[in-house]
Write a protein that binds this ligand. Structure first.
Ligand code: FPP
Length: 226
């Protein structure tokens, strides 16, 4: 959800106004994702590196997450959306941890879409912790067991492969996001700032994705095979 801060600054507003606008966009895109029939949508809300931002912005974000979880959990429940949070929880304020527990419990039976919000998330940290769990249990870390352990790190069942990664705000990098799960992700970059990202933008990213030939390292055409 990149570009909230720049969107606000360009309008002479404080960066936190961009995060509030970004939350409205998240709501619209979740509803659009349900309409599009997507199975899982993961929103990158706060990376572990974001702790280095000014304390005022960090505090505002933690308050926004806590309030948003309470209000969005109700909407998720009404729309059959299961909401879970990825990332470390031990560094979050206890009031936010409680809001997470409530939101996950209330929405746990949602069947239409699995919405995952990454907060204090670092893919490298998750991978290291899954590897530590593998070593501690003496489990040989094959692909499937590792995905299961990564799922446990995520407080989730498994680590589903990412099909499409959309990055807004013009940056073209992964920024420590779902590195294991993105092994074969199709990447879609747009200059659109997250608050301006619309349902049409989502649809055009999905159309772009559907037009791609996903070979997963194989040769698919006869001509190429000869
Ligand atoms: C990145 O923009 C966005 C964030 C750090 C926060 C996004 C969080 C929300 C929109 C709230 C969502 C909450 C729920 C529960 C769905 P940036 O600050 O890096 O913007 P910049 O790239 O312009 O600096």
């Amino acid at each position: 959800m990149d570009g909230n801060g720049r969107w606000a600054t360009a309008r002479g507003l404080p960066r936190t106004a961009g995060h509030h606008a970004g939350l409205k966009t998240a709501r619209r895109i979740v509803e659009a994702a349900v309409r599009e029939g997507l199975g899982t949508l993961t929103l990158y809300a706060f990376s572990s590196d974001n702790w280095q931002r000014p304390q005022r912005e960090v505090n505002a974000l933690m308050t926004l997450f806590r309030r948003a979880l309470a209000s969005e959990a109700r909407r998720c429940l009404e729309n059959g959306v299961r909401l879970t949070i990825l990332g470390r929880r031990d560094r979050l304020p206890s009031s936010l941890r409680m809001a997470i527990d409530d939101a996950e419990r209330v929405t746990r039976h949602g069947k239409h879409l699995h919405l995952r919000v990454a907060v204090d998330y670092s893919a490298r940290d998750a991978i290291v912790r899954a590897a530590q769990a593998a070593v501690a249990s003496g489990t040989p870390p094959c692909d499937a067991t590792f995905a299961r352990l990564l799922g446990e790190v995520h407080h989730d069942a498994g680590a589903p492969n990412v099909d499409l990664l959309i990055r807004t705000g013009g940056e073209q990098r992964l920024s420590d996001f779902l590195l294991w799960e993105c092994a074969y992700a199709e990447l879609h970059f747009t200059r659109r700032m997250w608050p301006d990202f619309s349902e049409d933008d989502l649809r055009s990213a999905l159309d772009d994705f559907r037009s791609r030939e996903r070979r997963f390292g194989r040769v698919l055409t006869e001509a190429a095979a000869s």
